[in-house]
Design a binder for this molecule. Sequence first.
Ligand SMILES: *Cc1c(COP(=O)(O)O)cnc(C)c1O
Length: 225
Amino acid sequence: MTSRYDEIASNLDRVREAVKSAATSAARKYEDITLIAVTKTFPVSDVHILASLDVHHYGENRDSDAAPKASAVPGTWHFQGQIQSNKLKSIASWAHVIHSLDEARHIQALDKVAIHRIGVFLQVSLDGAEGRGGAAPADLPALADSVLGSTHLDLMGLMAVAPLEVSSDQAFEKLATIYGGFKASYPMATSLSAGMSNDFESAISHGATHIRVGSSILGSRPTPQ
Ligand SMILES: *Cc1c(COP(=O)(O)O)cnc(C)c1O
């Protein structure tokens, strides 16, 4: 029987090696890519193991699951789930970065309840589908202006989830084009959050600076979330 520690350590080694080789292939620096371990549905004991393996960025989708973990383990906590207005105050209490903002009313509400600075990624939809969330590319400037006009929020960049219908390369190539245009107008938005367990190598080749990896490090989740 391998221990949970050994299991996570060897998964993490594999992911880190893959990140390194994707970075090298793209003539990019490994240090410029932030690995966010997506700990949603996994127990706080796994977060302690990750911390001991020098992973200090954690991603969560649900406020109620995340809040106790974030108070137990110091680090940089990322919220990447669907935003509900009534949860914003609590999310703002523990999250350092939010990846899933796609509505001006949520940006304004978040700024009102924030008690520390929060980094913000605007989520962009790559296919216009409702389910995965994300704003239309045309709506990004208004959202970015709203972040820039806020008191507590820092504009980090764009985030996207690749649609299932196209290849990840096609999806992230489109994202890179959208991001290139966006960054020309908002040069402070230096980060791009893209890539999950099954497509982070492609995302890195298209410029992702933050990858959100869950199952490749922690194993399959009992309930999809
Ligand atoms: C769950 C989730 C991830 C991690 O997915 P894996 O396939 O387990 O790596 C990344 N980003 C978002 C938005 C998620 O909901």
